[in-house]
Design a protein around this ligand. Structure first.
Ligand code: UT7
Length: 330
């Protein structure tokens, strides 16, 4: 039975740092409130110039992952990107990345699954490898959330940041690799987190034509409760499916939406925070990019060894959520 094996990781974030103190000058907030309620101290914001769009960050993260994997872009069969902030409505960010990398053989597509985009993309690539239709795949989570941030809404603008992360997958017949990915969606709660724009929704489209900005709208409180329950439940399902317990997890790499969500989820799973990777304090919530950025940083910090069980768990707009269990392979 073939499975996808992570053989390289990479990530990038924009140079510009926006601190909580900076935000005190933009909206009615304080460093103390943001730190206490979210765990965020600062975030990276894209310059919006020519080299920090979603596709640029995706390409940069990918080159770093490909270099680690020792795989050339020409050898890629698939590029899948989880994103809610594509450069353009179409073509896909993945097609821009394919062009930039000169990965001429690769089929390229984007996945829209809110903050769960990276795990959805990982599952698509892993399944393509399992069926033999793809050998080498590049899976990316990338966002320029600052482009859809309402800088007058203190309940959301303090949370968001920009960045990209990538992994390279190759086929494995051994015991290492992605053991399973478990995904769920529930569209009945879409109004808890959504974008105010619409392409086929005429009134919203007219708003954007008239020059009114569109942005993210969030009902944070109920979302918080759903996030903790959904992430804990799906992580439990993923561990049980692989006959593992929380004690077997070397590192949990969760979606970084709020440090309190991460802590509550870890507590429900009985995983101590020493075995949970967090970098939300420096990047905030980068949606689809949080997990691949965190995974790359954990990997480069030497926290992952061959044979370690890594639990990836996510939650986002849709609603969507998911978990993957990975047996680390290098
Ligand atoms: O990434 C995918 C999904 N995202 C999530 O899962 C995010 C889930 N939600 C959250 O992380 C949290 O709900 C937030 C961080 C968004 C908000 O934290 P909270 O502890 O749930 O605060 P709250 O919304 O209950 O607001 C508490 C108070 C309110 O004031 P009153 O009504 O009590 O007077 C807010 O107006 O905090 C106020 N507030 C702020 N105050 C200072 C909200 N935002 C801010 C702010 N600075 N930035």
């Amino acid at each position: 039975m073939l499975k996808g094996c992570i053989v390289g990781t990479g990530s990038t974030t924009p140079k510009r740092v926006l601190t909580n103190k900076d935000l005190e000058n933009i909206v009615d907030t304080t460093d103390e409130w943001i730190t206490r309620r979210t765990g965020i101290k600062e975030r990276r914001i894209s310059s919006g110039g020519l080299d920090e769009n979603t596709s640029d960050m995706s390409t940069k993260a990918s080159l770093s992952a490909l270099e680690m994997a020792g795989i050339s872009p020409e050898a890629l069969d698939m590029i899948v990107i989880g994103t809610v902030t594509p450069d353009r409505q179409f073509p896909s960010v993945a097609c821009f990345v394919q062009k930039a990398l000169k990965a001429s053989k690769a089929v390229a597509l984007d996945v829209s699954a809110g903050c769960s985009g990276f795990l959805y993309a990982l599952s698509i690539a892993d399944n393509a490898i399992a069926t033999g239709s793809c050998k080498n795949a590049l899976v990316i989570g990338a966002e320029r959330l600052s482009s859809i941030t309402n800088w007058e809404d203190r309940s959301t603008c303090v949370l968001l940041g920009d960045g990209a992360g990538a992994v390279v997958l190759t086929p494995s017949t051994g015991t290492h690799g992605i053991l399973s990915t478990h995904l769920q969606s529930d569209g009945s709660f879409w109004e808890l987190l959504y974008s105010s724009d619409g392409i086929s929704k005429i009134p919203e489209m007219l708003n954007t034509i008239e020059g009114k900005p569109f942005y993210m709208i969030m009902d944070g409180n109920p979302l918080f409760k759903k996030a903790v329950c959904c992430m804990a439940d799906i992580a439990t399902e993923a561990l049980e499916h692989n006959e593992l317990s929380s004690a077997d997890v070397k590192l949990m790499v969760p979606h970084q939406a709020n440090l309190r969500i991460i802590k509550a989820t870890a507590e429900k799973l009985s995983i101590p925070m020493e075995r949970v990777y967090t970098n939300i304090y420096k990047y905030g919530n980068t949606s689809s990019a949080t997990i691949p950025i965190a995974l790359d940083e954990a990997n480069r910090e030497g926290l992952l060894k061959k044979g370690d069980f890594v639990l990836l768990v996510t939650f986002g707009a849709g609603l969507t959520w998911g978990a993957s269990v990975v047996k680390w392979s290098f």
